[in-house]
Write a protein that binds this ligand. Structure first.
Ligand code: URA
Length: 186
C-alpha cells in the first residue's frame, strides 16, 4: 500500500476514543523510502492544530538537530506511537497504544526503514524491553530482522537543559555514521 493511501486510512480511524477530541489526525510525514523512522509519543497541541508531527517547540528543536547532522528530508519519516492527541497532553493509555499499534506496524512495513529512532519512553518501550533510557540512549540495537533501533531522549526533555541538549546532539551525531556504515555494507 502506498504511504499516502495508508495515511488517509489513519485519518478515518475510530479504533479508540482519542479521535473524539482531536482537531486533526497526525499520521506522520516524511520520505516514502526513508532510511530512518523517528517515533515520538503522541501529537501535542501544535501538532493537533496543524495535523503534522513535531511542529511545536520540541519538534522544531528535533528538526534542527536532524538538519545539523545532515540527514536529508526525504531520508527520514517522523511519526508517533499514537496518531491522535491525548486530551490535555496526558500520557497515552496502554489500550490507546495497542489500538494504534497496527498503524505504526503498517507504516514501518510500507516505508521499510533501516533504522528506528525512538524518542522518549513510550516509543522505546514499544521496541525494546528490559532497558532504561538513561543507560541505553544513543546505543544501537540490531534486531533479528536486521533493523536497527536507537533509543533517544525525547527532545522535550532537552529543551530547557543545555546539558541534556548536548547528550541528545551527541547521540544524534551517531545516525549519519550508522547510515554510512549501512551503505558500505550494501
Ligand atoms: N511530541 C511527540 O512525542 N510527538 C509529536 O508529534 C510532538 C511532540
Amino acid at each position: 500500500m502506498k504511504l499516502d493511501v495508508l495515511n488517509d486510512k489513519i485519518r478515518k480511524c475510530k479504533k479508540c476514543p482519542l479521535h473524539e477530541s482531536i482537531t486533526n489526525y497526525v499520521p506522520g510525514e516524511g520520505g516514502e523510502k526513508a532510511r530512518i523512522f523517528f517515533i515520538g509519543e503522541g501529537p501535542g497541541e501544535a501538532e493537533d492544530k496543524q495535523g503534522r508531527p513535531f511542529v511545536g517547540r520540541s519538534g522544531q528543536f528535533l528538526r534542527e538537530m536532524i538538519d545539523q547532522v545532515g540527514i536529508e528530508a526525504d531520508d527520514y519519516f517522523i511519526g508517533n506511537v499514537v496518531k491522535c492527541r491525548p486530551p490535555n497532553n496526558r500520557d497515552p493509555k496502554p489500550e490507546e497504544i495497542a489500538a494504534c499499534s497496527g498503524w505504526l506496524k503498517q507504516q514501518l512495513e510500507t516505508i521499510g526503514p533501516k533504522v528506528i529512532v525512538t524518542l522518549g519512553r513510550y516509543s522505546m518501550d514499544r521496541f525494546l524491553s528490559g532497558v532504561t533510557i538513561s543507560k541505553c540512549h544513543g546505543r544501537i540495537f540490531k534486531r533479528k530482522d536486521g533493523m536497527y533501533i536507537m533509543p533517544l531522549y525525547h527532545p522535550a526533555v532537552a529543551l530547557y537543559s543545555p546539558a541534556q541538549k548536548e547528550v541528545l546532539m551527541n547521540d544524534m551525531k551517531r545516525l549519519p555514521v550508522l547510515l554510512k556504515y549501512l551503505e558500505d555494507q550494501s
